[in-house]
Design a protein around this ligand. Structure first.
Ligand code: AMP
Length: 215
């Protein structure tokens, strides 16, 4: 089963992708994570994307489609792929459709995670992740343990905040979402693949709704 998690920054796509990876042996393909890896690698591409990402703009279609193509043509996904943060433009959606068709892979569902903007701002400005395993924490709802030991991987960890998780870049990221990504809701609705869930419910409720939507 191959699925897309669609929603604005802070909707909980990464958190739900991790739950699906554990529960269904799926492979998470997060273009945000791939780009963050690229920027720390010191390559030309890494330097180029770092500035764009920090400001909250979208990286070019060519770069992200290239990253996804590389993953899809080189790896094996036991339980299927979860596309997290990709596609983000209509051109990326068309490219993904063509790529899956070329590989003879289906696109089984597009899960739209619905949340309101006020919730996104408070979620994003409060979030941090475990430097070892990527588990997501929130200052209000799931604070970093006092002993700095991650509840997911059990390691003493450094907890990181993303450079683009500040109110200024968030504004740009939200605008990019509404201008460039939200048309994908209509695109996938018209293709008959769209399923919407309430992303504001608790983490367990959201994952139950996603499970229900996937059947
Ligand atoms: P994310 O971790 O999904 O919130 O992505 C972080 C940042 O990486 C975004 O604000 C963009 O700058 C860049 N990015 C991630 N995925 C894409 C994509 N599919 N297309 C363009 N830029 C992307």
């Amino acid at each position: 089963m191959n699925i897309i998690l669609l929603g604005p920054p802070g909707a909980g796509k990464g958190t739900q992708a991790r739950i699906l990876v554990e529960g269904r042996n799926m492979v998470q393909l997060s273009t945000g994570d791939m780009l963050r890896d690229a920027r720390t690698s010191g390559t030309e591409m890494g330097k180029m994307v770092a500035e764009v990402m920090d400001k909250g703009h979208l990286v070019t279609d060519e770069i992200v489609i290239g990253l996804i193509r590389e993953k899809l043509t080189s790896g094996q996904a036991g339980g299927g792929y979860i596309f997290d943060g990709f596609p983000r433009t209509l051109a990326q959606a068309d490219a993904l459709g063509a790529l899956l068709a070329e590989l003879g892979e289906p696109l089984d569902a597009v899960i739209e995670m619905q949340v309101d903007d006020a919730a996104l701002v408070s979620r994003i400005t409060a979030r941090s992740t475990c430097g070892n395993c990527g588990e997501v924490y929130n200052d209000n709802t799931k604070p970093i343990p006092a002993d700095q030991v991650c509840t997911s991987c059990g390691q003493k960890a450094e907890f990181k905040r993303r450079a683009d998780d500040n109110e200024e870049s968030l504004k740009t990221r939200l605008l990019a979402y509404y201008k460039q990504t939200s048309p994908l809701i209509g695109y996938y609705y018209a293709k008959g693949s769209l399923k919407s869930v309430d992303g504001l419910a608790s983490m367990d409720e959201v994952s139950a709704s996603i499970a229900g939507a996937l059947g």
